[in-house]
Design a protein around this ligand. Structure first.
Ligand code: IVH
Length: 670
């Protein structure tokens, strides 16, 4: 292939991929299969590798990441990134309006209202319609160049649409992690025994500073833009600039409104107070901007913020109470979580007694001390958090809290890896909550599904010396159980039967149940599909493991070290002897048929005949694929009872076939 031919093919591929991408992301339509699309992309990536001079900065290949940034370059902002003044009441807002009118010598301003998105401010520079740089806010004067990571955000255009695009300009906005993505990420982390992430904002911020842009791509960050700078076009109002950037292809939240007066602004504030909670992104207030750019220029700036804009912050439900103690919890992976033990206080309808303090850094940041008066809030997260300390009530003899150095359960000295925020108890073998935590994970519904057993029973079996690891469960005898406190004949029989039945669980459930760090349910399924049996998996090298799609070095490393531990090998032998499934049952899959071959399904709601996992298994065993979200590429939505209206609406809009449980049965000839 000549240079010219390569360039020609790269440009053709770029156009085709951009065309399919636009169609998919803007109109939810796909004209080619995922497979064909991936092939086009792979071809482009391979040509760009061979001919790096044609790896253009707006190439769609940058969306999937792969660039590693070791150190983010510091960039000085051409226009400083200022902050906004805050108001918390109607009164303060009316004062702002008065100041504006005075500044405009009596002229009545129009206000443009937007929601205040709780994310990370980004500044994007475009030259000749192509994204050339993305920089974080940093300290407002200089930020980090995170261009490779920003390119993985699907809603940031790499190349703009339209023919009236200025030669160079900046667009600013907020990158954020959608609440649903955050929730899912934390659910996966909980299932993997990983430390939970505190909130979507910090997660978005941490994600954009990751070195590997492929990991950023997988995190599904989104972005809303709200400011155009240096465009030097004939634009007279903020509203016109927003409409202009929208027309160029930027993602603008449709929640904005032009208000003729401050009283309309107050209506907007009321309108969004509750409604904002239904948005895909966390918001903590609204931003009010004087609409006319001439007016903005007259009003100008203070040292820190514009005089033509202000933020109105909604009140978060918070309460103050006394911190009675700080206790420490030990998770199944040995991770230590400090917990604030509070004087009970009523907050948003529930009594709060405990709040998470996350880790040692958070305790140091808050400088929280026992006896302090503290503020607790309920954010988007389920567990309330301590947001601050009121030091005016602090006694003069109060002492800085010293973080524990030894495990509160087993006394081992704690360790803390450089890259981790949490301390860990290294005594995996003998630390009681780690042992019982691992057993609890093993009997989980998505693992061995032993529902005749709960946390209390596990603790009892452990303290009675009957079960010390998951392998011991299969040696348990009815005669031993029936002697335990609280157990009668029937409950003992149920327990033993439940354990025996769990031996039928498929290999992926067993692998997930083993509780290997970072091996969640989805990862377990991928490994099983690839290696088919435990011996092949155990003998795989780090490199072989990393060849499995979506298995990165962190997971591969964790698997290698788990299987290198002789104690784990003994445990696996014990489980094998007990008769657990350690290989894929290919017969099952072949026998079931291929009536759903190449079809994709989303399952939603509750079903009469099947459990959700059962339904998933049926789809897979008939050649179909189960996906988690509704897109135009989806073939069927299997709708059960209590399914959310939003999903139904989306599926209907995209013309997806919606089928009942009975219709599904017909498809697999049941
Ligand atoms: S305008 C001169 N609009 O709030 C300031 N900011 O406190 C221009 N933010 O750093 C900012 N949503 O990160 C603006 N609709 C919105 C916003 C918004 C969130 C953030 C932004 C900024 C901070 C200012």
């Amino acid at each position: 292939m000549t240079q010219e031919q390569a360039k020609k093919e790269i440009l053709e591929l770029t156009d085709r991929i951009n065309y399919y991408n636009d169609l998919y992301y803007q109109e939810s339509v796909s004209e080619i299969s995922d497979f064909e699309f991936d092939q086009l992309l792979e071809r482009l990536i391979s040509l760009e590798k061979q001919y790096p001079e044609y790896n253009f900065s707006d190439s769609p290949s940058h969306r999937v990441g792969g660039t590693i940034t070791k150190n983010f370059e510091t960039v000085i902002h051409k226009y400083p990134m200022l902050s906004l003044g805050n108001t918390y009441s109607e009164e303060e807002l009316l004062d702002f309006d008065k100041r504006v009118i005075k500044g405009l010598e009596g002229d009545a301003p129009e206000y443009f209202c937007e929601l205040k998105f709780d994310g990370v401010a980004l500044s994007l520079t475009y030259e000749n319609g192509v994204l050339v740089q993305a920089v974080t806010r940093g300290d407002g004067t200089k930020g980090d160049n995170i261009t490779a990571n920003a390119k993985t955000i699907r809603t940031i255009p790499l190349k703009l649409k339209g023919d009236d695009i200025p030669q160079e300009f900046e667009v600013r906005g907020e990158a954020f992690m959608p609440s649903a993505v955050f929730k899912l990420l934390n659910e996966q982390r909980a299932a993997n025994g990983e430390e939970l992430l505190a909130n979507p904002r910090n997660t978005a911020s941490g994600t954009l500073k990751m070195q590997d842009s492929a990991v950023v791509a997988a995190r599904k960050i989104d972005c809303y833009m709200y400011n155009l700078l240096g465009a030097e076009k004939n634009i007279k109002t903020h509203e016109a600039s927003i409409k202009t950037i929208e027309s160029w292809g930027f993602n603008v939240s449709p929640t904005y409104k032009l208000c003729k007066s401050i009283s309309e602004v107050l209506d907007y504030i009321k309108e969004w107070e509750e409604k904002r909670k239904t948005l895909p992104v966390d918001t903590d207030g609204i931003v009010i901007k004087v609409n006319s750019l001439d007016h903005q220029e007259i009003l100008g700036f203070t040292a820190k913020s514009p005089r033509w804009a202000i933020a109105y912050k909604y009140k978060t439900e918070s309460a103050s109470t006394i911190l009675k103690d700080i206790t420490y919890q030990v998770g199944r992976t040995g991770a230590i979580t400090p917990v604030a033990e509070l004087e009970p206080v009523l907050l948003a309808g529930t009594t709060v007694k405990r709040a998470s303090l996350h880790n040692a850094n958070e305790i140091a940041r808050l400088d929280i001390r026992i006896g302090d008066t503290v503020y607790v809030e309920k954010g988007g997260e389920i567990i309330p958090k301590v947001t601050g300390v009121d030091t005016t009530f602090r006694k003069s003899d109060s002492k800085e809290h010293i973080y524990i150095t030894h495990c509160p359960e087993c006394g081992s000295e704690l360790v803390r890896e450089e890259s981790e925020a949490s301390h860990y108890c290294p005594n995996t073998e003998n630390c009681p909550p780690q042992i019982t935590g691992r057993i609890l994970h093993f009997i989980h519904r998505k693992a061995m599904d032993i529902d005749s057993m709960g946390e209390q029973t596990i603790k009892l079996l452990y303290t009675e010396g009957l079960v010390k690891n998951i392998g011991d469960l299969y040696n348990l005898k009815y005669e031993q159980v029936v002697q335990l406190e609280g157990f009668k004949e029937l409950s003992s029989k149920n327990l033993i039967d439940g354990i025996a039945k769990s031996k039928e669980a498929p290999f992926e459930n067993v692998l997930f149940g083993m509780g290997i760090r970072f091996v969640g349910r989805t990862v377990a399924e991928k490994l099983v599909a690839c290696f088919k049996n435990i011996d092949a998996l155990m003998s795989a090298s780090l490199e072989e493991l990393m060849e499995v799609p979506e298995i990165g070095e962190r997971i591969a490393q964790s698997l290698v070290s788990y299987f290198n531990n002789p104690k784990n090998r003994v445990l696996i032998e014990k489980l094998k002897d007990a008769g657990l499934n350690f290989e894929i049952n290919e017969d099952d899959y072949q026998l079931a048929g291929d009536s759903l071959k190449d079809m994709s399904f989303v399952i939603s709601g509750v079903f009469e005949k099947y459990g959700r996992d059962e339904l998933k298994e049926l789809i897979k065993s008939h050649g179909g694929k189960v996906v988690s979200s509704i897109s135009a590429k989806l073939d069927y939505l299997v709708a059960g009872e209590k399914m959310g209206p939003a999903k139904l609406e989306k599926a209907a809009k995209l013309n997806i076939k919606i089928i009942s449980e009975a219709e599904f049965d017909k498809m697999i000839n049941l």
